[in-house]
Write a new protein. Structure first.
Length: 278
């Protein structure tokens, strides 16, 4: 079989929210690499919150911060940081519309206290792995810093929560010419809407293209696994796109394949079905 490049989202795909990787999934990834295929993390997380238990599975590279950071081995292929003046402009727009923010930087994460309060009270849609992960981070005591401690030196990405969708629409009217807004799944009765903004031209799909170029491959050689709408660009670029069984319906509609859900080791089962790991 020709060498394949396998790209894996983390939350809701590789692992359930802040859970340890399944031994079967870890074994399948290692076996695929042992057969000459390459495996990459392709996540919305920034590097400081990718756990050692995940990295220790063994990967050939990392696409982090939804495509703003791309590395292969010890070589950084792409590192795009939002300048502080643009971060402050975005924060002003969000705060003026009653939207709470989370700033993700090289050093860590800084969160509005109101965002933490809203996350604690939210009842997320089961397919909203991003909101579930943020709730688990708060519960676990992960080192998330206070907004007042943010050093104002730029950021990779801004995440947001809001009590109403109209506020998000108003913010998009101001910032939508420069940023793509990803709003994650929400139930009909939700009191919490969450998402992220990503500069136009930067996404997981672009990260896949850079990695493929590095290895003299094409996106047709890529297989991408994801579960949420910030995975849409990578599924659209990859030669084979796989949506998890727990993915939102919009993402499933884009995928070539819908595999089992993350709880039932969908990645393991699909890699075996494709013959990539024996």
């Amino acid at each position: 079989m020709d060498r394949k490049l396998i790209f894996l989202d983390i939350d809701g795909t590789l692992v359930a929210a802040l859970s340890a990787p399944s031994p079967r999934v870890a074994q399948a990834i290692r076996a695929a690499r042992g057969r000459g295929h390459l495996a990459f993390l392709c996540t919305g997380r920034n590097l400081p919150i990718i756990g050692r238990d995940i990295l220790d599975i063994g990967f050939d590279g990392v696409i982090a911060s939804a495509g703003a950071y791309v590395s292969v081995g010890n070589e950084v292929l792409f590192d795009s940081f939002l300048p502080e003046e643009l971060v402050q402009e975005c924060l002003t727009v969000f705060h003026s519309n009653g939207i709470f923010c989370r700033i993700e930087t090289r050093e860590g994460i800084y969160t509005d206290p109101q965002m933490e309060e809203l996350l604690r009270s939210a009842s997320p849609d089961p397919s909203n792995s991003e909101l579930i992960r943020m709730q688990k981070e708060i519960e676990s005591g992960l080192n998330i810093r206070k907004y007042e401690e943010y050093p104002r030196q730029g950021a990779y990405k801004l995440c947001f929560t809001s009590r109403d969708l109209d506020s998000v629409r108003k913010a998009r009217e101001v910032l939508g010419n420069r940023f793509d807004f990803v709003v994650h799944p929400y139930g009909e009765s939700t009191a919490c809407f969450n998402g992220e903004i990503i500069p136009k031209g930067i996404d997981k799909g672009r990260g896949i293209e850079l990695v493929c170029q590095y290895f003299a491959a094409t996106p047709a050689d890529a297989i991408a696994f994801g579960d949420s709408m910030n995975d849409a660009a990578m599924l659209e670029r990859a030669g084979v796109s796989v949506a998890m069984g727990n993915a939102c319906d919009e993402l499933k509609a884009l995928a070539d394949v819908v595999c089992e859900d993350v709880v039932h080791d969908g990645v393991y089962l699909e890699l075996h079905s494709m013959g990539l790991c024996g």
